[in-house]
Design a protein around this ligand. Structure first.
Ligand code: 13P
Length: 341
């Protein structure tokens, strides 16, 4: 285990003005995204779409890393250049999703536990060979009637820590992702409490399992009211709740917090990250690791038609640039209109 290399990679992923593109949708998730624009999901359409993203000129100014899926890390451009090499040549670090999904947690209706530890050491060694410098494991915590239970939070925290230590053994930076879902009518206060309790359990487990925090990144939800909560919140309130919650539980040794978008619109995700960074300096970098919030406008512009590839790349560059500005707290709504097709 090379501690310097782990810390350097983690720092590079949260370098000034840059953040992560999550393009690691599983085959079933990307099918849902393609269904929404009436595009058939085949190995070739998935490849063509990812090629469009990864070859966008200038995106590397704002994108430090891209999370890939098992199929994607093995794919290449139409002219045969492997995707990990395309990214690495642009100074973007390739990453890999290594969990095998959130499954029903036996004995606990409505709750999930993430699987994928079996054989992980061997898979990590292969991904390292394929060029991965970092990895992702997503745990899912649901807020509802009498849930989450402590048992569910602890089982997920334990798995995240086992995953993180195996990654570090392979010199791969683990992104630790405990996502408290936005689904439900809970208040922002409930989201704060559940997020804090989850993060406490996660950092306890990481400490127990001797994970080197300087060589990790945290990928959490923002602290928000549930999607169906009658009282919604503005960007400032969300920024203050999120940072307030994290200051109590996330150790300063963690170099960066890279938010997921989790169902927020592209504009909301940018505006809220911007509001946090506009508040000042924190012990960790506050950045993004967005899937939907970076890709929704790209899918909309592309719609499966090669003739739209240039417009789709413009949309990706624009969205990346706006999130890059949010890293400095200098984004404004007026910048949304600056995209000229
Ligand atoms: P979203 O930003 O769409 O939530 O995706 C991020 C991610 O990687 C979820 O695991």
């Amino acid at each position: 285990m090379d501690l310097d290399r782990l810390a350097d990679t983690a720092e590079a992923l949260v370098a000034e003005g840059r953040g992560i593109l999550a393009a690691d949708e599983s085959t079933s998730t990307i099918k849902k995204r393609f269904d929404s624009i009436n595009v058939e999901s085949t190995e070739e359409t998935r490849r063509a779409y990812r090629e469009l993203l990864f070859t966008t000129d200038g995106a590397e100014e704002f994108i430090s890393g891209v999370i890939l899926y098992d199929e994607t890390i093995r794919q290449a451009t139409a002219d045969g250049k492997p995707f990990p090499k395309v990214l690495a040549d642009k100074g973007i670090i390739p990453g890999i999703k290594v969990d095998s999904g959130a499954k029903d947690f036996a004995g606990f209706p409505g709750e999930k536990v993430t699987e994928g530890l079996d054989g992980l050491r061997e898979r990590l060694a292969e991904y390292r060979e394929l060029g991965a410098g970092f990895a992702k494991w997503r745990a899912v915590i649901t807020i509802g009637d009498s849930i989450p239970t402590g048992a569910c939070v602890d089982a997920n925290a334990h798995a995240l820590a086992r995953y993180a230590s195996l990654c570090q053994e392979a010199d791969i930076v683990p992104i630790v992702e405990p996502e408290v879902l936005m689904d439900g009518s809970h208040s922002i206060e409930t989201c704060w409490e559940v997020t804090a309790a989850t993060l406490e359990a996660v950092y306890h487990a990481l400490h127990d399992q001797r994970v080197f925090l300087e060589g990790t990144l945290l990928k959490p939800n923002m602290v928000l009211p549930g999607k169906d909560c009658p009282t919604q919140a503005g960007a400032e309130e969300i920024a203050e709740a999120t940072v307030g919650c994290f200051l109590t539980v996330v150790p300063a040794a963690v170099p960066g917090i890279v938010f997921l978008s989790g169902g927020q619109t592209a504009e909301e995700a940018t505006e809220r990250l911007n509001a946090m960074n506009a508040m000042g300096q924190f012990p960790w970098e506050l950045s993004f690791s967005y899937g939907r919030a970076l890709q929704a406008p790209v899918l909309e512009a592309w719609r499966g038609d090669a003739a739209n590839a240039a417009a789709a790349q413009k949309a990706f560059h624009h969205r990346s640039k706006l999130n890059g500005a949010a890293r400095f707290g200098t984004y404004s709504r007026e910048m949304e209109a600056a995209l000229v097709q």
